[in-house]
Design a protein around this ligand. Sequence first.
Ligand code: TR5
Length: 143
Amino acid sequence: SHLVSSNSSSTPPMASSEMEAAISATPSDSPTIFDKIINKEIPSNVVYEDDKVLAFRDIAPQAPVHIVLIPKVKDGLTGLSKAEERHCEILGYLLYTAKIVAKQEGLEDGFRIVINDGPNGCQSVYHLHIHILGGRQMNWPPG
Ligand code: TR5
């Protein structure tokens, strides 16, 4: 017979914070928090919306203006590294919309666009998104 325990492997149990980090660091095509934001199940501070994209203020802003811009339909685009030729139209539209949002936010002195991809890119939400950062002098190189 074999013993059954809640932790039958030799790996020590994970703390819930480690579990969360591991889950968010694991690229997956599962629904993310952004689906709930798109569906208005979770409130967000929307700054731009149309039929294809949604832009809202980042909950943990890294600059005076920090906006997250996402496609409403993920279509497998968990991140830029998963882009296929069929995504070219929405990818172009996202960049164009980033410019519209930057202008709307008064970032005429310049701004920074960031797409984090995968664990090394520090991506935490696996639904493609463009960060729009501005309102201060940005640094180069980035961290
Ligand atoms: O780290 P990456 O590049 O994947 O960017 C994900 C971004 O989503 C981070 O800058 C987070 O601060 C942001 N984020 C995460 C949540 C969230 C959010 N922005 C607005 N509202 C949010 N809600 C309600 N929940 C989040 N978990």
